[in-house]
Design a protein around this ligand. Structure first.
Ligand code: ADP
Length: 542
C-alpha cells in the first residue's frame, strides 16, 4: 500500500511569523505616521517588531488570558500597527473600536465584546470619557499620539517599557482568534466577528498576489481605510507580510492632506471607500498641477460601489483604480475586478464590476426558490460565500445564525448577478433594492449612472412606498457648486441606459447625503428623512 498521509510539516499559520519576518528580512523598512500636529514620525520595521513584542509581554504581565479582548480606539498610525501584532502575540484578541460611532454604540460594542483593556489615543480621550461609564472594570492605556498623556493616566510608553526582556509567543495554534471587528451597522445592529490567525494569514498572502491587490516590497502603501474598519482591509498585515513601506495619515483624512502625503512619501498604492476618492478626484481636478504623484499610482476602491465615472476620472490622471468587494464578515476581501486577459477589449466594463472571486473564496448566488441561479450575467440572486477567512458565526449572537445556510455558506445580503466569466455585479443590498410592480430596480445602477452626470456631486437612490407599484425610485442628489439639475434633464441623461419604468419618479436636491461611520451612503437615514413623502404633493410641486 502506498503511503497516504502527507509528509509535510504541520506548521501553524500565525501572525507571529509575519512579525518575525519584519525583523529578520525587512528591518530597515519604514513605517511613517502623521501626527495630529501634522509632524511626521518614522519607525523602522525593527522598532515596530521590538515594541510589538514588548506590548505583548506587558499585556501578559497584566494577567490577560488567551482569547480575551484588548480594544483599540485609535487613528491609523504606527502604534496601532504595534497593537495589530502585539495584542495577538500575547494570545489576546485585538478588538478595533470604530471611533466614528456614537459613544452609546461604542459602549454597547465594547461591553458586548467584553473588552478587558483599552488602548486609546490621547486625542480620543474625550470620546472615551463619553462611553467609559457604560463599561465594567477595565484597564486604560493612553497612547501619546497628540502629545502628552494626562496626569494620573497610564502611558502606552511606560506600559510597554514594562515588557522589556525575553519573550515567548503565546499563540501557536492557527485557529486561535487574533482580531475582532464589528460590522459598521449600515443595515442593522453591529455584529462581531473574531478572525483566526490562519484566516488572516491566508487572507494577507492572497491579497498580495498580482491579480488581487498586487503589492510587493517595492510598494509604499497608504491605507486611507481606517484600521478600525475591517482591519483596514488587511492592508497592515499584507503590507508588512511583503515588506512594503507603510504610511499612515493619522486624523488628517481630508483630500488635500492625503494628496500632500501621497506626494511627500511617494505613495504607490492606497485604498479607501468611494466617498474619499470622490473628494480626492475633485481636489485633483480643481488643481491638476498642484501635486506630483508617483506615476502608476494604484488605489483599491471598495466598501460600496465605485461609479464607473469615478474610475474614468482617475484614469485620466494616470491613477489606476482596482474595484474590490468585501465584508467585515470576510476579513474583508471577497472579489477584485482585475480584467482577465481574454476580456481586455471590454476592460472599461469589467473593471467597474465587483470582480471575480479571490483564490480560496467560493461564490454562488441563490434565487427566491432557494436554488443557485445560473452564471449568465442576468439572473439575480443573493450572493453566498465560503472560504477560510469567512465568518462561520457572529460572536455571542445566536439570533443572527440565519445568515448561514444549512450547507454552511454565509449569506451576504447582497443581490448580484454573476456572468459566465465569474464576474460579480452587485445590483443592491437586499434592503435597498427597489421592488416596483413585481420587478426589481437596482439602486446601485441608477446611482452609478447619475453620478456620471456633470452637474452631480453625489447621488443616492432610495425606494419610497408607492400605492400602485409597491415602491418607486427617488433620486436624492447633491449638485456641484453653482450647478443645477431638473428631473427632465436627469431622466433624459439616464434614458439611454435604463428602461422607462426604471427611471426615478422624483428628483430631490439635497445639501448632503447622510453617511455611515465608514463613509457609506446611509440609506436608512435617507428613507427616514422622507418617511412622510406623498406622491400627490410631489406631483403638485412639479
Ligand atoms: P456594513 O455591513 O455595516 O456596511 P461592511 O463594511 O462589512 O459593513 O459592508 C459590507 C457591504 O458593503 C457588502 O455586503 C456590500 O453591500 C457593500 N460593499 C462592499 N464593497 C462593495 C463594492 N465594491 N461594491 C458595492 N458594494 C460593496
Amino acid at each position: 500500500m502506498a503511503e497516504t498521509v502527507a509528509t509535510i510539516m504541520d506548521y501553524p499559520l500565525t501572525l507571529n511569523h509575519f512579525l518575525e519576518r519584519m525583523n529578520t528580512i525587512f528591518p530597515h523598512v519604514e513605517v511613517v505616521s502623521r501626527h495630529p500636529d501634522r509632524t511626521v514620525q518614522r519607525r523602522s520595521y525593527a522598532e515596530i517588531y521590538e515594541r510589538s513584542r514588548k506590548l505583548a509581554k506587558a499585556l501578559i504581565n497584566t494577567g490577560i488570558q488567551k482569547g480575551e479582548r484588548v480594544a483599540t480606539l485609535s487613528w491609523n498610525h504606527a502604534t496601532h500597527l504595534e497593537c495589530y501584532y502585539g495584542i495577538p502575540a500575547s494570545g489576546a484578541v485585538m478588538h478595533t473600536l470604530n471611533l466614528r460611532l456614537s459613544p452609546h454604540d461604542i459602549g454597547f460594542i465594547a461591553n458586548h465584546a467584553d473588552d478587558k483593556l483599552l488602548i486609546v489615543d490621547d486625542v480620543l480621550l474625550p470620546l472615551y470619557n463619553a462611553f467609559k461609564d457604560a463599561l465594567p472594570a477595565h484597564r486604560l492605556i493612553v497612547v501619546p499620539f497628540g502629545g502628552a498623556v494626562p496626569d494620573g493616566m497610564e502611558s502606552y510608553e511606560d506600559f510597554i517599557a514594562g515588557g522589556a526582556g525575553p519573550f515567548d509567543y503565546v499563540t501557536t495554534d492557527e485557529r486561535d482568534g487574533c482580531a475582532m471587528c464589528y460590522t459598521s451597522g449600515t443595515t442593522g445592529d453591529p455584529k462581531g466577528v473574531i478572525y483566526s490567525h490562519r484566516g488572516m494569514m491566508l487572507h494577507s498572502i492572497t491579497s498580495a498576489i498580482p491579480d488581487m491587490m498586487g503589492v510587493s516590497q517595492a510598494d509604499c502603501i497608504l491605507p486611507v481605510v481606517p484600521m478600525f474598519h475591517a482591519n483596514a482591509w488587511g492592508l497592515p498585515y499584507t503590507a508588512t507580510g511583503v515588506g512594503a513601506k507603510l504610511v499612515f495619515p493619522g486624523p488628517h483624512m481630508d483630500a488635500e492632506s492625503l494628496l500632500e502625503l501621497f506626494e511627500q512619501e511617494q505613495v504607490t498604492f492606497s485604498g479607501g471607500v468611494p466617498t474619499i476618492w470622490l473628494a480626492i478626484i475633485q481636489a485633483l481636478e480643481a488643481e491638476p498641477k498642484r501635486w506630483k504623484l508617483v506615476e502608476g499610482l494604484r488605489t483599491v476602491v471598495g466598501g460600496s460601489a465605485a461609479p464607473p465615472s469615478l474610475i474614468d476620472r482617475f484614469e485620466s490622471f494616470g491613477i489606476k483604480v482596482l474595484h474590490a468587494w468585501g465584508m467585515t464578515e470576510m476579513s474583508p476581501l471577497g472579489t477584485v475586478a482585475t480584467v482577465k486577459n481574454n476580456l481586455l477589449d471590454q476592460a472599461k466594463r469589467y473593471r467597474a464590476t465587483q470582480g471575480y472571486a479571490a483564490p480560496l473564496v467560493d461564490l454562488r448566488a441563490t434565487g427566491d426558490t432557494g436554488e443557485a441561479v445560473p452564471w449568465d450575467g442576468k439572473t439575480m440572486g443573493e450572493l453566498e460565500v465560503r472560504g477560510p477567512w469567512v465568518a462561520s458565526r457572529y460572536h455571542d449572537n445566536p439570533g443572527a445564525s440565519d445568515r448561514w445556510t444549512a450547507d454552511g455558506w454565509f449569506k451576504t445580503g447582497d443581490i448580484v448577478t454573476i456572468d459566465p466569466e465569474g464576474y460579480v455585479q452587485i445590483t443592491d443590498r437586499s434592503k435597498d433594492v427597489i421592488k416596483s410592480g413585481g420587478e426589481w430596480i437596482s439602486s446601485v445602477d441608477l446611482e452609478n449612472a447619475i453620478m456620471g452626470h456633470p452637474a452631480v456631486k453625489e447621488a443616492a437612490v432610495i425606494a419610497l412606498p408607492h400605492p400602485k407599484w409597491d415602491e418607486r425610485p427617488v433620486a436624492c442628489v447633491v449638485v456641484k457648486e453653482g450647478a443645477s439639475l431638473s428631473q427632465d434633464e436627469l431622466n433624459e441623461f439616464l434614458s439611454g441606459d435604463f428602461a422607462k419604468w426604471q427611471l426615478p419618479d422624483a428628483l430631490v436636491l439635497i445639501d448632503e447625503i447622510p453617511k455611515t461611520s465608514t463613509g457609506k451612503f446611509q440609506k436608512v437615514a435617507l428613507r427616514d428623512q422622507f418617511k412622510d413623502w406623498s406622491w400627490d404633493e410631489q406631483r403638485q410641486a412639479v
